[in-house]
Design a protein around this ligand. Structure first.
Ligand code: GLN
Length: 188
């Protein structure tokens, strides 16, 4: 049976849980290794990646997430979750990302004046969707095995590699369920 874990250390985990609940998908908040062990897939939501990174280390979850995801557990990271899932975060010395997907990402890449914006995106297999970017990062480089599912201004904004899906925008804030559906459609 599916049980979606939503990392609930910091950030907009409540929006993901509310959306999953609305669609009758069983989901729990993940704050400990014991919580994670119950889950069949994991979401790391948007928030503040430096804070989440610190809490992932102190809770022991960083190591456990790497282990589960490398064994094939479906994973979806959005915004801060994408930063944490990356192999490399450009110029970041305060924390080491989890390295779940072969991408290099830069934090707060759209500048301060335009902290947040919305734009139409063409998502492979899903048509045109609205993307909400909130102090979003930019995916600067991708590995050979990484598939680009959507782009904006020449940069990938939604990519996947095997069981790992990451996006730099927030479909959950406008109750768009397509990313969660993609996560649930991954082989388990
Ligand atoms: N700016 C945040 C960071 O660098 C990410 C923003 C978000 O998750 N919406 O961690």
């Amino acid at each position: 049976m599916v049980l979606v874990g939503v990392l609930a250390l910091q950030g907009d985990f409540r929006e993901h849980l509310a959306l999953l609940k609305e669609k009758f998908i069983p989901a729990i908040e993940v704050r400990s290794i014991a919580d994670l062990q119950k889950c069949t897939c994991l979401i790391i939501p948007g928030g503040e990646s430096t804070t989440i990174a610190k809490l992932l280390e102190t809770s022991g979850l960083a190591k456990e997430i790497k282990k589960r995801v490398s064994k094939g557990m479906p994973f979806y990271g959005t915004c801060a979750g994408a930063i944490l899932a990356a192999k490399k975060v450009a110029g970041e010395k305060r924390f080491r990302p989890l390295g779940l997907i072969d991408i290099e990402i830069g934090r707060n890449a759209y500048g301060r004046q335009v902290d947040s914006f919305e734009t139409g995106l063409d998502v492979k297999g899903h048509g045109r969707l609205n993307g909400i970017f909130i102090r979003a990062p930019v995916i600067r480089k991708i590995g050979k095995e990484v598939e680009v599912l959507a782009e904006f201004e020449g940069h990938p904004v939604l990519v996947c590699e095997g069981n790992v899906l990451v996006g730099t925008f927030h479909p959950e804030t406008e109750k768009n369920f397509f990313m969660h559906k993609m996560l649930l459609g991954m082989d388990m």
